[in-house]
Design a protein around this ligand. Sequence first.
Ligand code: ADP
Ligand code: MG
Length: 238
Amino acid sequence: MADVVLRDVVKNYGALPVVHAINLDIAHGEFVVLVGPSGCGKSTTLRMIAGLEAISGGTVRIGDRVVNDLPPRDRNISMVFQNYALYPHMSVRENLGFSLHIAKRPKAEIDKAVAEAAEILSLTPLLDRKPGQLSGGQRQRVAMGRAIVRHPDVFLFDEPLSNLDAKLRTQMRVEIKRLHQKVGTTIIYVTHDQIEAITLADRIVIMRDGHIVQIGTPLEVFERPVNAFVATFIGSPP
Ligand code: ADP
Ligand code: MG
């Protein structure tokens, strides 16, 4: 587990600023949701934390390390995207263990990590299936399982549910909440869906046009929005 601290983090694309000197302190084990309209800079912020996007200014700290110059694989984070790709020719077991296999971990360690992840995500009976023999929700659980086998300090989720239908989305929210309760890892979760933010978050971070406009618990944000933008955004259906 680790805390994550952003200090005056900036992202420019050419001359265009898309994230303006944001500051954010995320505690060990906290579930923080970045929410805001499309294009406000949520994915860019997440990708800078992951190391998939270079920062144009400021500092990103994960645990006790400033990670500005560290490649993604050295940050001890795992990321789950909206368009998760499973390896179609591999079984669920092989999909889950693949990153550890690549990292040349011993077989006994891989087997143990895969068994644990499968147990947490209720995938144990499905370990010998191929992705083509799974439902959408089961595939999404495999994608999450692949992220947790590496025991990351921090999980980053970028709109992981936006390709699922409404019923499955509700179901997966419960799964993600349960995953957090079981593994206790720090989670930074991006969505443009305010209902998802309110149901999942310990704290919500509301972004607009590359700025953070409010940080608070779901109740604080709901009861005391700082401005009309937040009130309208949080108060209206997705
Ligand atoms: P969100 O995830 O909140 O929808 P993004 O972080 O993806 O927003 O994008 C923020 C802004 O940065 C948008 O205006 C987007 O068009 C712009 N942007 C994202 N990636 C690039 C890129 N590679 N080059 C130029 N502009 C980009
Ligand atoms: Mg995005």
